[in-house]
Design a protein around this ligand. Structure first.
Ligand code: SF4
Length: 362
């Protein structure tokens, strides 16, 4: 798998999506025989994946089943939840305790693990030893917004591999530089992003937005630059992406990315059950059979416009969905399905960042 390759699969069944994804990228060919493999989900809090906060256990399950079927025996799941949570509780509530029992895979609570000091960029860092000792780290972040760093995805998920005292120090250091420095020390072989329904505004969940896709790549910097656009940000909005690129971790040049959609014609379209802030934003939308890939991008875009104080300047409801195919009338329309409206943004689906640029231009 080339570093510039970003592979996307759409759907609503994370187990079968992950199975298909792994076959497509031929994961077994990427891992040395006999490697000790560590899966690093995002279990920041003890909330199930549909809250928008944590990695869906079916993704980890499909990876374990695939790896065991390909003869890999040493597989573990490791995480250190955030400061206010015990990892054991998060493992339990998020479905990983049951997963570990079913497949006889050890769970490692990194809060309890010994640490090792490593130099990352200009910083002296403490890193949990088990994460460093794995031969092949598979990073399993959730694509979601973050109240301080704007985005949390591939690079920031590695922060679960440091002790609690170090997490406090990262906040004192402003998060961005130490997150980048850590990514120069801990190098996942593969990142598989749970972009099923990550949170709109906060890493703790509560406002999940349906995006219904899983994304894989080997360059975490490029993945984050790409992921940022899906929730209405640009990589320049998130300093740690540029810092990590500067440390040689990967490339932040999105123009280099080769995005491969495994099943572009299978984007789910289903009734949307929104909660909280996402539901409030839906009042700005006129939706007819929209795919979640499109609709979720629009929700993220409207939220960023609201944050910037320009949402109320929208000329009228934003129209979206397959039900607008061939329908003429006023725009704005989002996505190629709305091409018969007077103004529309092409793309299937367009990114949230593109939607913001389009709506701001209006
Ligand atoms: S443009 Fe139409 S088909 Fe494409 S993702 Fe949007 S709603 Fe679905």
């Amino acid at each position: 798998m080339k570093p510039e390759q970003i592979t996307v699969i759409y759907g609503t069944d994370p187990y079968s999506m992950t199975e298909r994804l792994l076959e497509r990228i031929a994961l077994a060919d990427l891992i040395p025989a006999g490697a000790r493999i560590a899966l690093k989900p995002n279990l920041v809090v003890a909330k199930p994946a549909d809250s928008g906060a944590t990695t869906h256990p079916a993704i980890a399950e499909a990876i374990i089943v695939y790896l065991q079927a390909h003869g890999f025996k040493e597989i573990s799941i490791m995480e250190g939840s955030w400061l206010g949570e015990t990892t054991e509780h998060a493992f339990q509530i998020c479905g990983y305790t049951e997963l570990a029992r079913k497949y006889r895979v050890p769970l490692i609570d990194l809060k309890q693990a010994p640490t090792v000091r490593r130099r990352g960029g200009e910083l002296d860092l403490a890193v949990c030893r088990p994460a460093l000792e794995s031969d092949y780290l598979i990073n399993l972040p959730v694509l979601k917004a973050h109240c301080q760093t704007e985005l949390t995805c591939a690079l920031k998920n590695l922060k679960g591999c440091i002790p609690d005292a170090e997490k406090r120090r990262y906040h004192n250091l402003g998060l961005h530089r130490p997150i980048a420095a850590l990514s120069s020390v801990l190098r996942p072989g593969l990142t598989i992003v749970d972009a099923l329904s990550g949170d709109l505004s906060f890493e703790e969940g509560g406002n999940p937005v349906p995006m219904d896709r899983i994304i894989a790549g080997t360059d975490p910097v490029l993945l984050d630059a790409y992921a940022a656009t899906l929730i209405g940000l640009e990589s320049g909005d998130i300093p740690y992406i540029g810092f990590a690129a500067g440390l040689g971790v990967g490339s932040a040049e999105l123009g280099r990315a080769a995005v491969i959609e495994i099943n572009p014609d299978e984007k789910p379209s289903k009734p949307f059950r929104l909660t909280g802030q996402a539901r409030n934003l839906a009042q700005w939308i006129e939706e007819r059979q929209a795919c979640s890939a499109c609709y979720g991008s629009l929700i993220h875009a409207l939220y960023r416009l609201k944050e910037r104080g320009v949402l109320r300047k929208l000329p009228g409801p934003v129209r979206i969905g397959q039900g607008f195919r061939g329908v003429s009338g006023p725009g704005p329309g989002i996505g190629s399905c709305t091409r018969s409206l007077q103004t529309h943004l092409p793309g299937c689906p367009p990114t949230a960042a593109a939607i913001i640029r389009f709506l701001k231009a209006l």
